[in-house]
Design a protein around this ligand. Sequence first.
Ligand SMILES: [Zn+2]
Length: 325
Amino acid sequence: MELPADLTVLSPDGLYLWAPSGAAGAWGLANCLLVASGGEAALVDTPYDPRMTRALIAAADRVLPPGTEVTTVVNTHANGDHCYGNSFFPGAEIVSTQASLERHCHEITPQQMHHLVHVSDPDDPIGWYARERFGSYEYADTRVVPPTLTFSGSYDLKVGGVELRLIEVGPAHTAGDLVAHLPGQGVVMAGDIVFPEDHPVHWEGPLAEVARACEDVLALDADRIVPGHGGVIGPEGLRAHIAYLRELEGLIHERHARGQGPYEAADAILADGFHPHLGAPERVVMVTFVEYHHLAATGAAPDMAALASHAARWAYDRRHAATGG
Ligand SMILES: [Zn+2]
């Protein structure tokens, strides 16, 4: 994992990106956006673990005028890689959707992650997967701080002279996704509804809703879209990502119609060479289970732990393969 020492300037009027990077298919390396203007500062998303959050704060300190503190934190959704760093900003207003706040109790906790990475059976697929993909993160001291100000629909903020429109686009990636639109800068921080460099996971789904949320972002007419993970893209990159989502939806529905089970369907879609250059193919297994869940229309929310075990099993069975993200 590479933690950047410096923020990237997205706009000279106080818009900065902190973008950690790592191997293809890595989990936990989410982008954070810093808005600093007129002696005020806000952060959209906080990093996954204390080491990462300290690196982000050090990078932010190099650009923030003396005495300027982050007093507003926005969480695009409730997954830990977008909000576990919240406790490093004591006193800040933590803004997210009401649906995200309600989602917090369904999330896998840092304590559960610590257990999976350090205590669970390493020869069990989920114990093996947790160690392989999450073993470099610290969970022991992470305290989850949920949102302190929530909204449904949209919420407008001003950070100095910069306008920040928060728009609820979930349920899609999770139950409570929001995007942050900065109309004056032509930028949208999209969170994980846009996830273009690896196979994405979408915990809530269905894929039609994720594609619809991406269309909503496209309609904002921004020049630059900051995904939850990976490099900044333009509208054409987002259109390509929407095409990926629709293609996957079609393939899954076709196999469902043929009576195939979700695990076998995902396995066959990957074996047929579905975007083989993308990392984390096991996330296609998760997305397929979510899609089947919606096709079964039980009304219950998809179970995150069950999704993680299906993906872990698929990756574990292929752990000796030369490729696979
Ligand atoms: Zn994420």
